[in-house]
Structures are given as structure tokens and as C-alpha cells.
Design a binder for this molecule. Structure first.
Ligand code: SF4
Length: 375
């Protein structure tokens, strides 16, 4: 009897342990199956090139909107609707080689395809996007209202932005990035960035509008032979961008690599030492996000005026077929997109508007998103 009850107890205990283990296994399975992976990537860098020392930036891969999207979904796309520009930066690596521009309707069709494929952030660049203000308004409104794209940004040289446009359209804009070559008028002229001497005054005006209309302000600077020794600290502190992308002047084959192209950037390149000098002078600024040439190659998803992906990595620039003709997935297979580099350079960051979620002030500008910084 004693023996029988002992056997029964052992069996009951085994059964209990089995149930506990099975329950644990189920809970673990559910938690990993339902929640998409959240990858925390503390990186030392940025969104256009870098050295390893400067600002440490926390990069977060958000939970995908739709876990059924493939891992290579085009999370963040840089779209260049037009190559036209009113400036003539001598190192420009997206030159005015064509005046083609898609109709509003076709551009919307392509943006919908991208959203359906997993695009969460759209950056509109150029050329100068504000040369086509109506198209710009239409596209950003469509992306926010109809496609619910998480973040919309525009990169502009700042020369054509008006208060009226900001007032009427800022509700659909998360980030406005302005490119700034120098705080010295003569240096801007040497670079090819306008010659009316008013770039800096315009820049400060745009910052005011961003504050008024609650758009996050970002700054981009290309370090080149004319500005590598400039001390920009005081002005950057005053402008207080939430993010200051600093790029190393870059040669892109087919765009600016020799005298047969629209631009020849060879004389504008900086040495590694000059690049480091610029980085060392500014790296203490918390908004500073440097990106050297190595970080740039193939880590951006670039879409040209025909909605073809461009591969500006190693060798001659190549393009895919248009997503309007072959779809997003097939077009992406025709170019190299280094998603790992994209994540490591901080391609996914605090890209939502400041007024969307609770925020906290930082030392270099507007505000950062608490939820995302917790990761
Ligand atoms: S403002 Fe931008 S697009 Fe225009 S020329 Fe300069 S670098 Fe090129």
C-alpha cells in the first residue's frame, strides 16, 4: 500500500511538473510569437556619414506596424521627386541631370506601394523640394492622412520656404531638415550655396517657424574643403536642432566624380585628418550625428524621380526598374541595400513629432521622445 501511494505521489508530482513546464513553454512561445523583435542598438553614429568617437546615439528599431512584413521592408525611404535645384553646390551628389517629375497621381501610387511594403518613414529631398510647393503639400498630406505614414521629413536648402507654407502644411510634417554649409556668407558663396548673403538669417527664421508650428528642426552639413576648419558650435547651440547630421563630402560615380559630370567634387574632399578636426571640435554637442563615407555607402534607400531605387554604393551608380512598373519587392532586389549599416548608423531614431507623445527637454534643442529613449 505504502509502495503504491509512493508511486502515485511520484506520478502526480511528475504530472504537476509537466504541466508547469508546458505552461512556461507556452507563455514563452506566446510572448515571442506575438511581440515582434525590438532590437536595441546603441550606436556611435548617424544618417548621412561618421567617425567612431563622436556623439553616442541610441538607436531603436521600433516594433513593425505589421509583423507580416518581410524583414527587408523599406522602413525608411528617401524620395527625390525632382532633381531641379536653385543652388549650385559644387560637391552636389544628386545633380540636375534630368527635369523629369512624376504627376501627383503617379507619385501617390508609388507612395502607396511603399507604405504597403512596410515604409514607416518618408524623407523627401531633391533637388530643392520647395521649388514644387503644391506637389510637396499634396504628397505629405496624402502620406499622413491616407497612408498614416509614421514620420514625414523634408530636406531643403531653406531658400524657398515661406511662413504661409509652414502655416498651411506643418500639420503633416514631422521634421524639417535644412542644409547649412557655413555660417559665413563668403564660404557659402565658395561652396555654391546662394550668393545673396542671407542664408544664415533665413536659417534662424525657419527655426522660429518650426518652433511656432511644432515641427522638429534638423540641420545637415557637408564637411568639405571650405568649411572643415570652421567653428560652428555657438551657432549650432543657438539654432538647437534636435539632430545635426554631419556628412563627409562624398564622391558618387556618375554624379560628381569628374569634369564630365554636372559637378566635380574631387577638389572639395577633405582628408581624414581634416574630417577628424571638424568632428573633434563639435562632438560634444548632443545633437551632433556625424557620418563618414563608409557609413553612407549603400545604407540609404534612395528613390529617384522615376521612382527607381538608386544604388550609390561602390562603383558606378545603378538604378532598379521603377516600383511603378515592377513593384517594391522586385525593385529592391535589383539594388544593394545594407540594412545592417542602416540600423548601425542610427537610421531608425526618434522621428515622430514632439507633440505626439510625452517629451523631455535635452541640451541640444527641442525634445526627444521618452518612450523611444527608454529602450
Ligand atoms: S542644395 Fe542640395 S540639391 Fe541643391 S545643389 Fe546643393 S547639394 Fe545639390
Amino acid at each position: 500500500m505504502v509502495l503504491l501511494s509512493l508511486v502515485a505521489e511520484v506520478l502526480a508530482l511528475r504530472c504537476f511538473v509537466g504541466i508547469v513546464l508546458a505552461t512556461c513553454a507556452y507563455v514563452v512561445y506566446k510572448s515571442t510569437a506575438i511581440k515582434p523583435a525590438v532590437i536595441l542598438t546603441p550606436v556611435s553614429l548617424t544618417e548621412e556619414p561618421s567617425t567612431k568617437e563622436p556623439a553616442v546615439e541610441t538607436s531603436v528599431v521600433h516594433e513593425p506596424l505589421d509583423p507580416s512584413k518581410p524583414p527587408n521592408a523599406p522602413v525608411s525611404v528617401n524620395y527625390f521627386p525632382s532633381r531641379e535645384c536653385n543652388y549650385k553646390c559644387k560637391f552636389c551628389f544628386h545633380t540636375e541631370t534630368s527635369s523629369y517629375i512624376l504627376s501627383d497621381e503617379k507619385a501617390r501610387e508609388g507612395l502607396r506601394l511603399l507604405r504597403d511594403a512596410g515604409m514607416r518613414k518618408l524623407n523627401i529631398a531633391g533637388g530643392e523640394p520647395f521649388l514644387h510647393p503644391k506637389l510637396l503639400s499634396s504628397l505629405i498630406r496624402y502620406c499622413k492622412e491616407d497612408l498614416s505614414v509614421e514620420s514625414i521629413s523634408i530636406v531643403s536648402n531653406g531658400s524657398k520656404i515661406t511662413e504661409k507654407w509652414m502655416r498651411e502644411n506643418s500639420q503633416w510634417l514631422d521634421i524639417l531638415a535644412i542644409s547649412c554649409g557655413s555660417f559665413d556668407a563668403q564660404t557659402n558663396v565658395k561652396i555654391g550655396r546662394g550668393d545673396d548673403g542671407k542664408n544664415v538669417a533665413r536659417l534662424f527664421q525657419i527655426v522660429e517657424w518650426c518652433r511656432t508650428f511644432n515641427v522638429k528642426f534638423k540641420l545637415n552639413t557637408v564637411v568639405n574643403i571650405h568649411n572643415w576648419n570652421e567653428d560652428m558650435v555657438a551657432n549650432i547651440e543657438k539654432l538647437a536642432p534636435f539632430r545635426w547630421k554631419v556628412f563627409q563630402c562624398l564622391i558618387v560615380a556618375g554624379e560628381n566624380d569628374d569634369e564630365t559630370r554636372k559637378r566635380d567634387a574631387r577638389k572639395f574632399l577633405v582628408t581624414d585628418e581634416q574630417w577628424r578636426t571638424f568632428c573633434d571640435r563639435h562632438k560634444h554637442l548632443s545633437c551632433y550625428v556625424p557620418e563618414d563615407n563608409n557609413s553612407m555607402a549603400s545604407s540609404y534607400l534612395l528613390l529617384d524621380e522615376y521612382m527607381r531605387f538608386m544604388d550609390k554604393g561602390e562603383g558606378m551608380m545603378t538604378t532598379s526598374a521603377s516600383i511603378l512598373d515592377v513593384g517594391v519587392e522586385k525593385a529592391m532586389q535589383q539594388i544593394v541595400w545594407d540594412k545592417k549599416s542602416f540600423v548601425e548608423r542610427g537610421g531608425i531614431y526618434d522621428w515622430g513629432r514632439a507633440d505626439m507623445r510625452p517629451t523631455k527637454s535635452t541640451s541640444c534643442g527641442t525634445s526627444l521622445n521618452l518612450k523611444e529613449l527608454e529602450f
